[in-house]
Design a protein around this ligand. Sequence first.
Ligand code: HPA
Length: 276
Amino acid sequence: MHETVAQLEAAVARWNERGWPVPSVHLVSGSGLAVDLPGKVLHRAPLRDVVPFEVHGIVGHPLEVEIIELPSGRTVLYQRGRVHSYQGFDAHQTVFVVRLAALLGCRRLLMSNAAGGLDPALRPGDLVFLRDHLNLMALNPLRGELPATWGPQFPDMGGAYDAGLRELARKTARELGLRAGEGVYAGVAGPSYETPAEVRMLRTLGADLVGMSTVLEVIAARHLGVRCLCLSLVSNLAAGVGGDAALDHEEVLEAGREAARGVQLLLGALLQAVNG
Ligand code: HPA
């Protein structure tokens, strides 16, 4: 068996020894997209306390987990910041917390991320629910021997981004008066940004957005039968998409501030709306 299996068994045992509850939703927020959730923080710990390897955030972003009891009584495992493969982690380390939540019995994964816009119709600040992805990371968290009880070796990825959750998310956005589209996300290894030629390639391949996260987590979650929803914030237009005109930095920042409010509203409302 791959060494991650024993590490996860130990992490599950430690969670239970601490008497921490089984979360009904695992929420992962991307860089710069942390939200304040309503409800009571039952437990807070550095991410280092729940994963068996050294983790560090990108400068100035401490990685931590919180277990929050929402006003509805539902508990959320809120992971502020993620483990990125470009930091040098392998695919199994990158998805460790996703697997931990799933093995504890959590059946929903909600994620946000910041992404570059490839579709010329997208603007910085736009919100997009992912409909599908291209895994271009040359990594896969299902490599190696994993327990058959976790899931099939060759899992179907047809409904990777759950249609029901997406429908609920779009309805919630409409009710809040927020505009949010749908798109296909290309997951690349990074950490260098794309060249203009790579951006043209990604567009030709059918991607609307590009980023350096999310796809490995979704593969691991689907393998374990977890339903996934991902909200991308377009933080910039990918190289060359905006033409030669330089972006006005102040406009981008303002779009980001506006959108951060939308992300906050949307994720808060969604957590209340998601069942089970
Ligand atoms: N490319 C890749 N990843 C990203 C980008 C981008 O333009 N923006 C935010 N994450």
